[in-house]
Write a protein that binds this ligand. Structure first.
Ligand code: NOJ
Length: 541
């Protein structure tokens, strides 16, 4: 088995925002096909495609109504087959988003559950409970939804249903995303079948949404602050589900894989990527670390140590569709405190030049560390957050569900600029896009950066090219070299070759080690590494 995923570079395509082929202002699958030459020119190994299944789009596809079909907004099953074939022809693997925690409220199962009434087998596929109070008029407990507001919604009983208190269903996210009952074997079997459906079509794997929260405490106890109780049994329940999934993956040729989304601590995360469970887990500690040498070092050490105990590689990631873009975050250097939290960067505090310098510096750290890497579309262009969208343009359900107190995640989901001019900068033939693109977005366009040696895009291309050529990059053990506190200095050794990676978060330049500079995020011609910069230096072994 090659286990290609252990050190693969994945490129996350947020379908709505990557490229639009049919002029409706929303990205689609044929748009991804049109963008494959570009993806290939980056030198990545695989795509992660955000949910594109049939969905009312309440949470932009994370509310799936049919797991075995493509939403017409994005194309058709034939388009997906074509995308898989065309990507494979270029040596690029395709992974899809798998959303098992909840379905859409328009999913056939949920509609059947509402219609069938209390006590039915149909309701057993979800988490229905009697309400509290004399007639069940109060929610079953005090848990809150991640998006804001209550996590229970009441349903009317169908005519002729047996008498009893009102019933409510549980939703960790929006009311339109009812949670499934993963203790029901029928649910497990259905999703095994969904996995097979896509693996049969040639898909190489999945990213698993909200992977650690499938099981809730079945007693639904009230909690301080209304946080849900997700039992953490390292050997029970939810792990059995992943062991079942793993058997499905392993029954296919071609080294299929899954990466899990979980915000849990490193030890708990490692429990999900044991050899008989899933393959990779996002490293959210690294995402949240901020541009701070101490926090970065802790995040690197702790995830490497936890994963080493289970023999799994680590993933390195700074950006995704739920998190303010790192150019904005690093501009201030601060840690990110939670997910689904809007940028703390009021647009006024944002220092673009500094944010870009630091994001460049982080790109070389990301691509040197041993393990898999995830790059979020637009990260390679250095896109900043768009924090000044007018309220009328906001699309993320978080905005409304939080009672308009949280502007949500639209700031990092603005469509990609491809050309410096033209309607929507080459993203679409339409001038109106699903989220408006800033008037000066053309300066970040692919065409504006291509062939420009000092651009973010060319930095990513060079780094990815070198990573493929030099075994020390992305594959070696990390050895720390003594350095001042604000400087990360690590050494990567591999057969006859050693590369040092330096990241300078201090305000002053620091000397570079003797050796050959392979790549630097800033000008190092003076022989030292400037503040907010990083370099790869080939050194004697
Ligand atoms: C995590 C996804 O990344 C996010 O976009 C979504 O809103 C939630 N899970 C709910 O599915």
């Amino acid at each position: 088995m090659t286990q290609w995923w252990r050190d693969a570079v994945f490129y996350q395509v947020y379908v709505r925002s990557f490229r639009d082929s049919d002029g409706d202002g929303v990205g689609d699958l044929r748009g991804i096909i049109d963008g494959l030459d570009y993806v290939q020119s980056l030198g990545v190994d695989a795509l992660w495609i955000s949910p594109c299944f049939t969905s009312p789009q309440v949470d932009h596809g994370y509310d799936v109504a049919d797991y075995r079909d493509i939403d017409p907004l994005f194309g058709s099953l034939a388009d997906m087959d074509d995308l898989v074939a065309q990507a494979h022809r270029r040596g690029i693997r395709i992974t899809l988003d798998f959303v098992p925690n909840h379905t859409s409220d328009r999913h056939r199962w949920f509609q059947q559950a509402v219609a069938a009434g209390r006590g039915s087998a149909e309701r057993e596929r979800y988490l229905f409970r009697d309400g509290r109070g004399e007639r069940g008029e109060l929610p079953p407990n005090n848990w809150m939804s991640v998006f804001g507001g209550h996590s229970w919604t009441r349903v009317p009983e169908p005519e002729g249903a047996p008498d009893g208190p009102a019933q409510w269903y549980y939703h960790l996210f929006a009311a339109e995303q009812p949670d499934l009952n993963w203790r029901n074997p029928e649910v497990v079997a259905e999703f095994e079948d969904v996995i097979r459906f896509w693996l049969d079509r040639g898909v190489d794997g999945f990213r698993i949404d909200v992977s650690d929260a499938l099981m809730k405490d079945p007693d639904f106890p009230d909690t301080d602050g209304g946080w849900p109780v997700i039992p953490k049994h390292p050997d029970g329940e939810v792990h059995e589900v992943y062991r079942r999934f793993r058997k499905v993956f392993d029954s296919y040729l071609g080294d299929r894989m899954a990466v899990i989304e979980t915000g849990a601590d490193d030890e708990t995360v490692a429990g999900f990527i044991r050899p008989d469970e899933m393959h990779l887990a996002f490293n959210f500690r690294f995402v949240k670390a901020g541009f701070d040498a101490g926090h970065l070092r802790e995040a690197i050490d702790s995830s490497l140590a936890a994963n080493a105990r289970v023999g799994a590689p680590t993933t390195w990631v700074t950006d995704n569709h739920d998190t303010p873009r790192s150019v904005g975050r690093y501009s201030q250097g601060t840690q990110l405190l939670g997910s689904y939290v809007p940028a703390t960067t009021a647009a006024a505090d944002f220092d673009e030049a500094r944010g870009l310098q630091r994001a460049r510096a982080m790109a070389l750290l990301l691509l040197a560390l041993p393990g898999a890497v995830y790059i979020y579309n637009g990260q390679e262009l250095g896109l900043p957050n768009v924090d000044d969208l007018p309220e009328s343009a906001l699309q993320d359900p978080v905005w409304e569900k939080s009672g308009r107190t949280n502007r949500g995640r639209d700031n990092c989901r603005i469509p990609m600029p491809w050309t410096a001019a033209g309607p929507s900068f080459g993203f679409s033939t339409a001038a109106q896009t699903w989220l408006p693109m800033p008037a000066d977005w053309g300066r970040f366009a692919v065409s504006a950066q291509e062939g420009e040696p000092s651009s973010m895009l060319e930095l990513y291309r060079s780094a990815l090219r070198m990573r493929r050529l030099l075994p020390a990059l992305g594959r070696a053990n990390v050895e720390w070299v003594d350095s001042p506190e604000a400087v990360l200095r690590l050494r990567l050794n591999s057969d006859g070759e050693a590369v040092e990676v330096l990241l300078n978060t201090s305000p002053a330049p620091v000397p570079l080690p003797a050796g050959r500079v392979l790549l630097a995020s800033a000008d190092v011609s003076a022989g030292s590494l400037p503040s907010d910069a990083s370099a790869w230096v080939q050194v004697a072994q």
